[in-house]
Design a protein around this ligand. Structure first.
Ligand code: AMP
Length: 427
């Protein structure tokens, strides 16, 4: 047993897994660029009130999962690690007067989030999200644009069987009456409710709809549905979101029980699941409209919509589908006939790297044969052999894939490798 381990619910991303994350980040960044979202960063911690007020005190994320930081000074502020990105971004929108920028403000963020959750497969205390927000547009067209963007991310990441679940959860006009009706319905059946759900009934009855407790399934199926209770404005908005999605050819399944865990959502709500996994707590991502959030955090009334896609679960799914990619081998390994001449090999590699080429120098003091074995094991295309006493720059270029070898002057090496690299890349 090692003395120290990464904290429970966190994990190290070792290079093979970090490479998968890197590829997902590259897909996300490229999509952000194509769709006109610009990256921003917020602090990893905020005043706890940003999350409490924004997300809602009666939600799991705040009640059970918020990582609060104990203040060390007299500054008196209570901070918390960010459990999601939207509240911090919207705090930034208000703080920096972004309502004076051209609207909507379209931003994205990639980074770690923290929730003090019970750790299990695909559920961590530190996990990564790609977050996308469009603030200042009431929709419905932008809702469809954003939902399509999320769906495209999974396809471009290599997951082809992702299902979109869609709902509208109304707004301040129609939701309060619906929530009261829902609470009354569950109260009638209170004896059938497990303790936790009975408590939720009094604090946040919507949560009973997406509770995964199997004893609730029958009650949930017969519960009143928000889609049948939308006010005319919300119904029209929802209809228009759907027709925009139809126009884009985006398939979705209506899911009346999809309410999302956070208080700030209004109207459009959506989640992405791997096909066949939609009944489980394994959403790949989700989002929704939050027309009240900017005001809740001290700004002018401003509509907004966004999503957060969890990168960990996509990476896990790619790994289990064998779609994860391995390490990139170096183009060449610099080896030498004189085991002790490490400075010479390092100097040559340094010069090639300065030219932009991915090469490794063998810095061991092994015999040449061993160095060549190492280069082959790395999967390198070439071994560059520095001959004994080769002050005049005479080298041997060994093509490890073709099994050929020829002499080469040092001055020609970078050009030769670059040519091989580009024909390799394009060929
Ligand atoms: P949420 O804001 O809770 O809907 O989260 C959006 C996405 O982030 C989810 O669909 C997951 O993919 C991911 N996610 C949320 N919580 C966790 C967690 N504890 N561990 C790993 N991924 C998570």
């Amino acid at each position: 047993m090692p003395t120290f381990r990464a904290p429970r619910g966190t994990r190290d991303l070792l290079p093979p897994e970090r490479a998968v994350f890197g590829r997902l980040e590259a897909v996300a960044r490229d999509l952000s660029r194509r769709y006109g979202y610009r990256e921003m960063e917020t602090p990893l911690f905020e005043q706890a009130a940003v999350f409490e007020r924004g997300i809602g005190e009666m939600t799991d994320v705040i009640e059970k999962e918020l990582f609060r930081l104990v203040p060390r000074s007299e500054e008196g502020e209570v901070w918390a690690l960010r459990p999601e990105a939207t509240a911090g971004i919207v705090r930034g929108y208000v703080q920096h007067g972004m309502h004076t920028w051209p609207q909507p403000v379209k931003v994205s963020l990639i980074g770690p989030m923290f929730r003090y959750d019970r750790p299990q497969a695909g559920r961590y205390r530190q996990f990564w999200q790609w977050d996308v927000e469009a603030i200042g547009d009431p929709g419905p067209a932008i809702d469809a644009e954003l939902i399509e963007l999320g769906a495209r991310f999974y396809r471009e990441a290599g997951l082809d069987d992702v299902l979109l679940l869609l709902n509208s959860i109304g707004d301040t006009e129609c939701r309060p009456a619906y929530v009261a009706e829902l609470a009354a319905y569950f109260r009638e059946h209170a004896v059938q409710l497990p303790d936790l759900e009975r408590r939720r009934l009094e604090t946040n009855p919507l949560r009973l709809l997406d509770s995964k407790d199997p004893s609730l399934a029958a009650l949930q199926a017969r519960a009143p549905r928000i889609v049948d209770r939308l006010c005319p404005a919300c119904a029209e908005h929802f209809g228009a979101v759907r027709s925009h999605l139809d126009t884009l050819g985006i398939a979705y399944r209506l899911e009346p029980a999809l309410v999302r865990g956070l208080d700030y959502y209004t109207r459009t709500a959506f989640e992405y699941y791997r096909e066949g996994a939609e009944g489980q707590q394994q959403a790949l991502g989700g989002g929704g409209r939050y027309d009240g959030l900017v005001q809740l955090l001290g700004g002018q009334p401003t509509p907004g919509i966004g999503f957060a896609l969890g990168l960990d679960r996509v990476a896990l799914n790619l790994q289990s589908s064998g779609l994860a990619e391995g390490q990139r081998p170096p183009l060449a390994v610099i080896v030498g006939a004189e085991p002790a001449a490490t400075a010479e090999r390092l100097k040559l590699a340094t010069a090639l790297r300065a030219e932009g080429l991915p090469v490794r120098a063998d810095l061991s003091r092994r015999k040449l044969g061993r160095q060549l074995e190492g280069a082959a094991r790395d999967g390198a295309h070439f071994a560059v052999i520095v001959a004994e006493g080769s002050e005049n720059g005479a080298l041997q270029l060994k093509d490890l894939q073709a099994g050929t070898q020829r002499p080469l002057a040092a001055v020609d090496l970078a050009r030769e490798l670059r040519r091989a690299e580009s024909s390799h890349r394009h060929g």
